[in-house]
Design a protein around this ligand. Structure first.
Ligand code: ADP
Ligand code: MG
Ligand code: ZN
Length: 575
């Protein structure tokens, strides 16, 4: 007779149903596993044998064959131990033969009969629930499985003996409850950063529009500190995003204690990270850092120190929001839509941009050019915001902490994000949520500048020879700035300006007046930032002479931002 147990195989973050067929037949004693198993699955035999013996059961001295169907689907991982063991237990009558029907089973066995945690319990539970089945999983993963549905039956056991007792009815296990992870980094706050007003504002703009950000500055300027505070100003994950993020974390085996959180992920891999670690794959298909950062932040500190091939591999996820990994005989894809935040020193010695500093490796300009040349043009092109973070002065450090902290900034970011999500939903594109993902015609549709903005853009495009990409970047960032300012539409702002100028002649129309003070306030903050940027720009122009062409390009982007702010704030000020 053949005993059947349902389990799963993972393809990306999907759990595909796999049928474990266990046959105990007369013949010479043997124990074989067939059906495209990898090494971990083949080793299941030894663990199953030992675990059964430790639980007081011996394998029958007969011919045991385990088939994992469908045979053409590759089986990876150690979670097949438990379904194989339970199938055998049912075949030899150690548990009731029908106990396993209606359950999907996964878990790894220890030699002592304990059931160890495995990756992928959440997608497995979701898959089982969709098929109307319950789940049998390791005790340590129960809380994670419980998220799939409040109704489905979940048996989370710590050992084979516990499971046998549960099915015999001698000691029934309680259904596990879902758990929430408390935010552990509640201690960091934007308030900790003194001075660096323009860098903080850039961080806010990046967070609001989901733009990629590159920070260039000498060591100790606070770049890592700024990046670490980005999650504190990002809005919480939406339920749909939370599910996706948790599925990826589950498949990667990164959910601790089964507790989920609506905090956006923040991943900061070291620059020595290998390609499989960053984009996924390796010996076993596993999501990489880019996928673990899905809907969150991927922070690459010391960006030029990463291997060039590793940086190159970021292009696909940055472009299409997912990574495809080629395996021996198939391909898996993982979602990977993240905000890229890079930080770097201006040169290898770190201080080429400091007036009066002489690089050890020759002229400062050459040192900087060498270092920055390690970043490829296509990667640089995908970063909307480039900012310079100057060394923090002692005068700034003496200042009392700023009154505005992460909470206040997060409120503005959330408002701007809500506006974007609503706009894209109105356009019938609910899958788009931030301006950073608006491209081509859509971008031109959502961020059409007014006449002043256009004139400014035209001048800027002429003076700086803006490329098409550069032009679109300006539009994207301008859209975000307008959203932060609370302007409905870049084009609408100009229309409202026209309404107001007419109103001045004819007396104020109702409703307009109430909006003005708010907009005026935003205009001043934008203008203030603009003047800071202009100041930074002129300061950099002196240093700029020593810099490579690439840095000039970086500066040009900086000016892009200034132009866009100018166009946004101009249209507001004109009202
Ligand atoms: N603006 C700032 N306000 C307060 N402390 C700062 C600031 N900038 C730097 N620091 C201090 O300097 C340390 C180094 O900052 P870090 O973020 O590591 O710099 P970077 O990454 O630019 O080399 C921080 O841990 C912090 O104590
Ligand atoms: Mg640092
Ligand atoms: Zn140098």
């Amino acid at each position: 007779m053949v005993q059947r147990v349902a389990t799963v195989a993972f393809e990306g973050i999907e759990a595909r149903a796999v049928d474990v067929q266990v046959q105990v037949a007369p013949g010479l004693p043997a124990f074989n596993v067939v059906g495209l198993p990898d090494k971990a699955v083949s080793e299941a035999r030894e663990r199953v044998r030992a675990a059964l013996v430790a639980s007081g059961l011996a394998l029958p001295a007969r011919r045991i064959t385990v088939n994992l169907a469908p045979a053409d689907l590759p089986k990876e991982g150690s979670h097949y131990d438990l379904p194989i063991a339970l199938g055998l237990m049912a075949a030899i009558g150690a548990i009731p033969a029908d106990a396993l029907s209606g359950f999907t089973v996964l878990g790894e066995l220890g030699l002592d009969g304990s059931i160890a945690a495995v990756a992928g319990v959440l997608p497995a539970a979701i898959g089982a629930n969709a098929r109307g089945e319950g789940l049998i999983c390791p005790g340590a993963c129960g809380a994670e499985a419980a998220w799939a549905s409040p109704e489905m039956e979940i048996v989370a056991a710590a050992s084979l003996i516990q499971l046998a007792n549960h099915f015999r009815g001698t000691q029934v296990l309680a259904r596990p409850q879902p758990k929430v992870r408390e935010a552990s980094d509640a201690l960091v706050d934007l308030k900790d950063i003194k001075g660096q007003e323009s860098a903080k504002r850039a961080l806010e703009v990046a967070a609001a529009g989901g733009h990629n950000l590159l920070m260039v500055g000498p060591p100790g300027a606070g770049k890592s500190m700024l990046a670490a505070r980005l999650p504190t100003i990002l809005p919480p994950l939406t339920p749909a995003e939370l599910l996706e993020v948790s599925m990826i974390a589950s498949v990667a085996g990164e959910i601790e204690g089964g507790a989920l959180t609506d905090r956006r992920p923040f991943r900061a891999p070291h620059h020595s990270a290998s390609m499989p670690a960053l984009v996924g794959g390796g010996l076993r298909a596993r999501p990489g850092e880019v996928s673990l950062a899905h809907h969150g932040v991927l922070f690459l500190d010391e960006l030029p120190e990463f291997q060039p091939q590793v940086l190159d591999s970021l292009r696909q996820p940055l472009e299409i929001g997912e990574v495809a990994i080629a395996r021996a005989n198939h391909r898996v894809t993982y979602p990977a839509r993240f905000m890229l935040v890079g930080a770097m020193n201006p040169c290898r010695c770190g201080r080429a941009s400091e007036p009066g500093f002489a690089c050890k490796r020759g002229a400062n300009a050459r040192c900087a050019a060498d270092y920055q040349g390690r970043l490829s043009g296509p990667l640089i092109d995908r970063i909307d915001l480039h900012i310079e973070v100057p060394a923090v002065t002692a005068a700034d450090l003496i200042l009392p902490p700023p009154t505005e902290g992460s909470r206040e900034v997060a409120t503005r970011v959330a408002r701007a994000r809500a506006m974007q999500a609503e706009r894209f939903a109105t356009l019938g594109l609910p899958q788009l949520r931030t301006n950073a993902h608006a491209h081509g015609p859509l971008l031109e549709e959502v961020s059409r500048p007014d006449a002043n903005g256009l004139a400014l853009l035209r001048d800027a495009a002429d003076a700086m020879r803006l490329s098409a990409r550069g032009y679109h970047r300006v539009l994207r960032v301008a859209r975000t700035l307008a959203d932060l300012d609370g302007a409905d539409k870049v084009a609408r702002a100009s229309r409202r300006g026209a309404v107001l100028s007419r109103a001045r002649r004819r007396g104020s129309p109702r409703g307009v007046k109430t909006r003005r003070p708010h907009n005026r306030r935003s205009a001043t903050s934008s203008t203030r930032w603009l003047s800071t940027l202009v100041k930074m720009r002129s300061a950099r122009c002196r240093v700029g002479k020593m810099f490579s062409r690439r840095l000039t390009r970086l500066m040009r982007r900086q000016i892009d931002v200034a132009v866009s702010i100018a166009s946004a704030s101009d249209s507001v000020a004109k009202r």
